[in-house]
Design a binder for this molecule. Sequence first.
Ligand code: MN
Length: 563
Amino acid sequence: MRAIKIESLIKENALIKKAYDISKQAHEGQKRRTGEPYFNHVMATAEFIAGWGLDQDSIIAGLLHDIVEDTGYPLEKIKEEFGEEVVFLVDGVTKLGKVKYRGVERQVENLRKMILALSKDIRVIIIKLADRLHNMKTLSALPPQKQKRIALETMEIYSPLAYRLGMQNVSGELEDLAFPYIYPREYKWLINNVKEKYRERERYAEKVKPVVLEALQKAGIETIKIGSRAKRYASLYKKLLRYDMDTDKIYDLVALRIIVKTVADCYAALGVIHQLWPPLPNRIKDYIALPKPNGYRSIHTTVFCVDNKIIEIQIRTQEMNEEGETGIAAHWAYEQSKDSKAYQDKRSVTADKKELQWVNQLRNWQKEFSNSEEFLESLKIDFFKDRIFVITPKGEVIDLPVDATPVDFAYQIHTEVGNSCTGARVNGKIVPLEHRLKSGNLVEILTQKNKKPSESWLEFVKTSSARNHIRAALKTKETRLAKKEPKETELKIIVEDKMGLLKDITAVISRSHVNIAGINTAPSAKFLTLKIRCDTANKGKIEKIVLKLKKLKEVKKISYQLI
Ligand code: MN
């Protein structure tokens, strides 16, 4: 890894040093549940961030990520000391901290989207992943109830997010850390039944390594490294469920991983391996030619190897290997830091063409994520810019258009809740019904039995479903309670259709200063039936319109009805 050590950054980079000092002082005296100083957590978080190769602002935000929530250090001061970007990142991470998964399975995807929408910038999520990674490593110190909730959230939300960002290792590690808390019995079973198997397979991999190395050397392929990779417990368990819990059927329990210099070397190495040992049919996967949606690249093959045992072999370049570690972070291209020479050098390596790759990758990932057609051009997460995600008191996430109101929310919950809503609380505070909701808001609807929607709601609701429900409810209200006073007229016109006819008809109506509330058409065998709703119940006006329309030769029959 090209990882940058946080210690050397603190020495070399004045701003990072300042963040380190401020954070250390702010957290002075605070302890974690584990008994260690709170600042250790902050340092561990920043260390992950630096290790993944993120920019200076992200590292600073990592150092400061808990000082607003946990020490009361003002955001304003962070802005003074470190500028807008850092404040934005710290604030984003703080907001994410308030989103909690409470195990409503069908809400998982919306919750992931909400986290993206709230983050606005991938760096916010990555900082959060670093924070979560360290929290998972120290989870044993928390009370069991909390352990379970955090582990579940990690498994369902953060590990998949890391995976989709191409951070396979982080994703796998998070899942593995969460696994024992969610499936304690299964975990015990694995430890008892697989541990020895792992050792045996590790020994076997060690035996195969020199044979591979020699063959590659003979073929003139320069090998950077041959390592072995033990399958993670959580993913092994999932796989075992599909293979009758029989570990002998899991060929990649321990896989051999060959790192070579170039893509051409990858294919050459594959040839060498297949000459040595025959591959299992249908087990050759070329993720170099066809990368996984999250950008993962490697060649996998499974062969009948030494002693006729089966083993999976993965072949890739150093670059692909690093990308598997840090995913999109490896593609980061940034404004260079002015303070750190070392940092500057590192950054310039990842610029230009990689930026394109990263955009492509994110686009692929985005395709997998949502069907949004929008084009993604920057680092900012703007593919959810038209949507907001708010939470019900039960922790369900509701997906709404931007500027949606509590009434839209209420109808999204249930038609009855919409119809009978009288007020709303957002984050505990009473708000007017036309209040514009924001991502992350906790929304509670106040209802009253037998209440009916008000016509004025139509002026501010954003969703068509709310609008339709309100109209429908108003209609039944009118027909039931006040059948007497019609407000509109429906014209029923049977016409011989012709280009421009509809325009002629609507022109006649509007010249009479009558507004059209809606038009419906229904084709029949020869003629077209038009139903036009006009927002007047003035008989005189309508009669005049009817007379004028009758003069059009395409109009075959016309009648009207007050509604
Ligand atoms: Mn934290």
